[in-house]
Design a protein around this ligand. Structure first.
Ligand code: TYD
Ligand code: MG
Length: 454
């Protein structure tokens, strides 16, 4: 008979204690203890026996899984996954409460329900009536979707073993608990243990398992972050609740490329796929005003045109305020310093506010040239021509560096109707083909500002 013993372990340094501690006596970390269980006697015999043991086999004899992807019918979602759901994979969908995770999963199930096989929707948050109401709104009701209001992991695994669904979801991981740990649902120990058991279920039975997790404000603690290394795929559903756009982003994918995004729009009938994000993001762009620039970005494999706005104004406090939404704060500060030093702009006494329109977050360095141009345009009060767009990375000495996938960016811009591109000279020299655009290659920041703001 195996006996489980509970102890507490610092998640930062591994120090163990029989009791929970607020501060680790070893590494000094605060709030870093989570409960763990140890086995005396025969370890985890039950879990192994339940599904049979695995045998070692030659790599060449392992069956490939690339051919067996199941498309959900929601193409934005399939692309993010790399072509569809891989059997036996565990997919974590994380996001702020209320962003639309349950809606998304119900729509995915509606898409899957046309295929044979049951779909198991385990909800620890909502009653079957609430789910039904949402399903009616989404026109997603189907005999194939089985709803199970349950929070005990043992009960969930039992039900899954009986039904053997074609896919299942646990909404949300923070509400389920395993009887093996005494702590409350949602604690680090519970979340991790429950997820590990769901992974085991998926791997042994081949059922794809979706896990929904809320990201708490301090994302690292008790949030789905602790699960990222356990699961196969991590998707984050982000967006501003004030905006209708939602971006589904791959953080990790064992079966496809990362950094892929899917763009949705929340409507009164659920999430709608956005096929032309560039047009959407540019639809309300003000023309002929200073402090706005369009940048051709690449998100995953997709070019997207986004509008970047800046407001530069005299500070009314001693300390100038710097804010950036949608772009990295430190990067924006660095580029401001480059503008001062290399282009002679006086920004020391100026407040600078930067914003990517539409609630997008852009992390690639190709946005640098856009940031520089937008700030300079606002500071000098000179508008950038509305038919012109930019992209390029900026180095510390003010040089403009080439970026990847220049052709894809130019094609997207030409499709939307832009006619002039200001891009790194390094990219301009290597371009093949005609894009129907006037192309200006620039070498440094002052050349760029001359091309755009005079
Ligand atoms: P929900 O999927 O419950 O979010 P989560 O599971 O991430 O907590 O959806 C949250 C919001 O979406 C809710 O405030 C209402 C809105 N919504 C719509 O605007 N249209 C719809 O058709 C649905 C189903 C929800
Ligand atoms: Mg929900």
């Amino acid at each position: 008979m195996s006996k489980t013993k509970i102890y507490y372990q610092c998640q930062a340094c591994g120090h163990t204690s029989p009791k929970w501690l607020g501060k680790c006596p070893d590494c000094g970390g605060w709030n870093s203890f989570a409960e763990e269980k140890s086995f005396s006697g025969k370890r985890q015999a039950s879990a192994d026996d339940q599904y049979g043991r695995s045998a070692p086999l030659p790599l060449s004899a392992v069956e490939g899984i690339t051919e067996k992807r199941v498309p959900t019918g929601i193409s934005e979602f399939d692309r993010v996954l790399g072509g569809g759901i891989v059997p036996g994979s565990v997919i974590l969908i994380g996001g702020d409460p209320g962003i639309g995770k349950s809606t998304l999963i119900l729509q995915i199930f509606a898409g899957l329900s046309a295929r044979p096989g049951k779909l198991l929707y385990v909800s620890g948050e909502e009653s079957p009536q609430q789910i039904k109401m949402r399903a009616d709104r989404l026109a997603a009701s189907s005999d194939n979707i089985i709803v199970l209001p349950e929070t005990s992991l043992e009960g969930i695994i039992d039900a899954a073993s009986k039904i053997v669904p074609a896919a299942m979801v646990v909404d949300s991981i923070q509400t389920v608990y395993t009887q093996e740990l005494p702590s409350a649902p949602g604690s680090v120990g519970q979340v991790r243990e429950c997820a590990a058991k769901l992974v085991l279920l998926a791997k042994r039975s081949g059922i794809p398992v979706f896990i929904i997790g809320h990201v708490t404000k301090d994302g690292a603690i008790a949030g789905p972050r602790v699960l990222e290394h356990i699961v196969d795929t991590v998707l984050y559903f982000e967006g501003d609740r004030g905006h209708a756009y939602r971006v589904l982003r791959t953080i990790k994918n064992r079966f496809g490329s990362t950094n892929e995004i899917g763009i949705f729009e929340m409507s009164d009938a659920g999430l709608r796929e956005v096929e032309n994000p560039s047009e959407l993001f540019l639809s309300e762009r003000p023309l002929h005003v200073s402090g706005t620039t369009v940048v051709a970005c690449i998100e995953g494999t997709r070019p997207i045109m986004v509008e970047l706005q800046a407001l530069v104004s005299q500070t009314s406090f001693g300390m100038p305020r710097r804010t950036s939404i949608g772009v990295d704060f430190n990067r924006a500060n660095l580029l401001t310093a480059i503008l001062e030093k290399r282009a002679g702009l006086q920004l020391g006494g100026m407040d600078i506010f930067l914003n990517v329109v539409g609630g997008m977050k852009i992390v690639e360095p190709a946005i640098d040239l856009g940031i520089i141009t937008t700030i300079a345009s606002s500071a000098r009060e000179v508008p950038v021509d509305p038919q012109t767009f930019v992209f390029g990375e900026v180095g510390l000495s003010g040089e403009i560096r080439a970026v990847a996938q220049a052709e894809a960016r130019l094609k997207e811009a030409a499709k939307i109707g832009f006619n002039h591109a200001v891009i790194p000279a390094g990219n301009a020299a290597k371009l093949k083909g005609d894009f129907g655009l006037r192309i200006t290659g620039v070498k440094d920041v002052s050349e760029c500002l001359k091309a755009l703001l005079s």
